[in-house]
Design a protein around this ligand. Structure first.
Ligand SMILES: NC(=O)c1ccc[n+]([C@@H]2O[C@H](COP(=O)([O-])OP(=O)(O)OC[C@H]3O[C@@H](n4cnc5c(N)ncnc54)[C@H](OP(=O)(O)O)[C@@H]3O)[C@@H](O)[C@H]2O)c1
Length: 273
């Protein structure tokens, strides 16, 4: 799988990861969890590593932690989780709980979820980074109405990562946030690459355009992900899935060629119809 540089460290990150919102919020049974174990197996076998989760996602952090522990694959994962609460002490308690649930002494990326009380959490994140409990720091949001605030926070502090909403029918970040991330050396994780699933559901009944083959795409999911990965400021996309066959499909977007300017135009024209 292709890898891209995290500007603040020079570390190379695989371009396709896995989101866990809703899809990893499952019960304790083997029937609930076996497909998710296979999702992670497919991700790792394809050379991927990024798993994005949050204390907001119900049981997801614990499910990820259990699956990595039982498969012995913690060292293959780049774990990105979040702090999503108000107040310094509450943030500390939540992050301690996340480490327990994820069954690890160190997360790769700690993000302030939806910028919630970010000023209160930042000193803790910095202290934990210095102690080695967190490797990298970031912020997230998922909606255009928060982009002005996201921009201000990106300018205010030196973040390693920003996570934001970007999809073929949701391109507001192209105006200011992606150029700003490139300018300030902030790695970009794209959430909701299928518009939360809605964009993909609309496209699935349509036949795949013949020109998809020119960039090695055999599905709409791959086309949508390659559109995003064609942007030079994007580091990684994290489509959410609980299905191994969908993960197998999505990782293909991490291989082969990306669309050039002419192909990007064709893609946007196709969506406009
Ligand atoms: N504020 C934040 O920090 C924030 C906000 C939103 C999301 N996120 C993160 O970003 C991740 C991605 O966003 P998202 O999950 O909301 O939306 P998404 O990735 O745009 O879409 C997920 C949906 O697409 C389906 N899907 C995935 N791969 C598919 C394929 N190859 N073919 C057909 N269907 C496919 C999934 O269903 P199946 O399970 O059936 O595959 C799921 O319903 C989240 O999981 C979460 O980790 C963060």
């Amino acid at each position: 799988m292709h890898r891209r540089k995290i500007p603040s460290t020079g570390e190379m990150l695989p371009v396709v990861g896995c989101g866990t919102w809703r899809t990893f919020d499952v019960g304790p049974t083997q029937a609930d969890r076996a497909p998710l174990g296979d999702v992670l197996k497919v991700l790792f076998e394809a050379g991927g590593s990024v798993i994005d989760t949050s204390p907001m996602y119900g049981a997801a952090e614990g499910v990820v932690g259990d699956l990595l522990a039982s498969a012995g694959t913690r060292d293959k994962a780049f774990i990105a989780t979040k702090v999503w609460t108000s107040g310094r002490d509450s943030g500390v308690a939540q992050m301690q709980r996340s480490l327990q649930l994820l069954r690890t002494s160190r997360v790769d990326l700690m993000q302030i979820h939806n910028l919630l009380d970010w000023r209160a959490h930042l000193p803790t994140l910095r202290a934990w980074k210095a102690e080695g409990r967190i490797r990298l720091l970031g912020i997230t949001h998922y909606t255009e109405s928060a982009h002005a605030e996201l921009e201000a926070v990106m300018r205010a502090e030196p973040w390693d990562f920003v996570q934001l909403n970007y999809a073929l029918d949701d391109r507001a970040v192209e105006r200011r946030l992606l150029p700003l991330a490139a300018e300030r050396g902030i790695a970009v994780i794209v959430n909701q690459p299928f518009g939360g699933g809605g964009l993909l559901r609309k496209l699935l009944p349509r036949p795949l355009p013949a020109w998809s083959a020119d960039i090695g795409c055999t599905s709409w999911a791959q086309l949508l992900l390659k559109f995003l990965l064609a942007h030079p400021a994007v580091t990684c996309v994290i489509p959410g899935t609980g299905k191994p066959e969908h993960m197998r499909d999505n990782v293909q977007a991490g291989l082969g060629a990306y669309p050039d300017a002419a192909m990007l135009k064709r893609m946007t024209a196709e969506i406009a119809t």
